[in-house]
Design a protein around this ligand. Structure first.
Ligand SMILES: *Cc1c(COP(=O)(O)O)cnc(C)c1O
Length: 421
């Protein structure tokens, strides 16, 4: 949702001073908003025992943010060595970490199994023999294939590289059991940024059916199902938010029915990233150039290295101009808002109606709290901006400094190494 009234009322009065102190560009995140979303999620699922969110670290991998998640009682969904390290450094225990990797390497396994291990969520049956050992608790990622339609970001399950196929499910758990696994989980992730809660209800029903199918074949019980991330947020101003209450009510009912049939119910896990932090971040930039050719352009002091979603997915991110009217009726110009990268898709907005913008104006690019900074890169030698956290007491804390030229050249600083035959 474009910046909430609450976040705006906390940020706007302080923004000029924050900019004087830190300079632009920066992403700034709203701790109160993140905590409120976490509280709402926990409350919505309060009737479902064993409910737990494992925050998808890739959405906003910053220790200050992960500590907030930990405080909310959440675990961490990791898929890389660095995400595992970051989670462990703030004190996550083995049961607090779900490792949902794919195309997993020996180095990934080594890190995942180190430090007491974590919950292993295997992406393929062939990976069973590549793990250092069979853990007591094992999960598989399920790909339903042609029986389910995906959505835009994840795509059609048949074409998705993730998970084990339907035909492999029973054998995967049989093999894991025969090798010593005693506790089991089942995972899937079929949709991303989905606002229709019914998809997630359908996914949950599907997972519970698979659990019953495997139980009947193998006489095992499941500790949990995990329906992945993918809860959507409304990026467009007029889009309705996900109906969290309805989602929770229907899923809770599915678990109650499962319990009636089976005498127990697994725990219900999810690994949302976007839903937790997406709306609670904005990218604050300054207009530094404007040009008027075949189209009007506003050049700002950040580029797609700070926010790739528009270029990568054609995603809409709402933009407002600090101190100027936000309603569409006051928009007087149609502009492309662009960065400085030598790629023509380096645009934060295309043909957007905005109030007249002059050099020095401050623009807020909304909903950058998830998959924003985290997706950044260094193409064209561009550096990623700093990240700030607006604390509940009004203090603003630097939680990641801007990249420097020295950071960029750091990988060129190594001892000579030349191979000759
Ligand atoms: C990216 C990802 C998530 C988080 O997705 P969101 O859209 O941010 O909720 C969760 N689980 C897995 C396996 C992912 O790859």
């Amino acid at each position: 949702m474009p910046i909430s009234q609450d976040f705006n009322s906390r940020l706007s009065p302080r923004l000029d001073d924050i900019i004087s102190h830190f300079g632009t560009p920066f992403h700034i995140y709203d701790e109160i908003g993140i905590r409120e979303t976490g509280r709402q999620l926990n409350q919505a699922f309060a009737q479902l025992k064993g409910f737990r969110e494992y925050f998808a670290v890739k959405a906003l991998p910053n220790p200050a943010i992960l500590r907030i998640m930990q405080d909310l009682g959440f675990g961490f969904d990791c898929s890389s060595i660095t995400e595992l390290i970051q989670s462990r450094e703030i004190g996550a225990r083995p049961e607090d970490i779900m490792f949902t990797s794919n195309n997993t390497s020996p180095a990934d396994f080594k890190e995942a199994f180190g430090n007491g291990g974590c919950i292993m969520n295997l992406d393929d049956v062939t990976l069973i023999d590549k793990m250092p050992s069979m853990p007591e608790l094992i999960c598989f990622r399920y790909n339903p294939g042609p029986s389910v339609e995906g959505n835009d970001i994840i795509g059609n399950p048949v074409e998705a590289k993730y998970g084990i196929s339907h035909d492999q499910v029973v054998d995967a758990y049989r093999k894991a059991r025969d090798l010593g696994a005693r506790r089991f989980g089942l995972h899937t992730m079929i949709v991303s940024n989905e606002l229709n809660y019914k998809y997630k209800v359908k996914t949950t029903r599907m997972l519970l059916e698979i659990v019953e199918m495997v139980q009947a074949e193998l006489d095992i019980r499941f500790d949990f199902i995990n329906f992945g991330g993918g809860l959507g947020i409304p990026y467009l101003p007029d889009t309705a938010p996900l109906d969290l209450a309805a989602l929770a009510v229907e899923i809770t009912a599915l678990f109650a029915n499962f319990e009636k049939r089976n005498g127990y119910a697994p725990d219900m896990l999810m690994e949302s990233g976007r839903y937790m932090t997406g709306p609670h971040g904005v990218l604050v930039v300054t207009a530094i150039n404007h040009k008027d050719i075949y189209r009007k352009y506003i050049g700002v002091d950040a580029c797609m290295t700070a926010l790739m979603r528009p270029a990568m997915y054609g995603a809409y991110h709402h933009i407002t101009v600090h101190g100027k009217p936000t309603d569409i009726a006051s928009a007087t110009e149609v502009v492309d808002v662009v960065g400085s990268l030598c790629e023509n898709n380096d645009k934060f907005a295309i043909q957007r109606e905005l109030p007249a913008i002059v050099d020095g104006d401050v623009l807020l690019i909304h909903d950058t709290g998830a998959h924003g900074q985290a997706m950044g890169f260094n193409y064209n030698g561009k550096l990623r901006p700093q990240e700030l956290l607006l604390r509940p007491d009004g203090k603003v804390e630097l939680i990641r400094r801007a990249e420097t030229v020295q950071d960029y050249f750091a990988t060129l600083n190594f001892s000579p190494d030349v191979w000759t035959s």
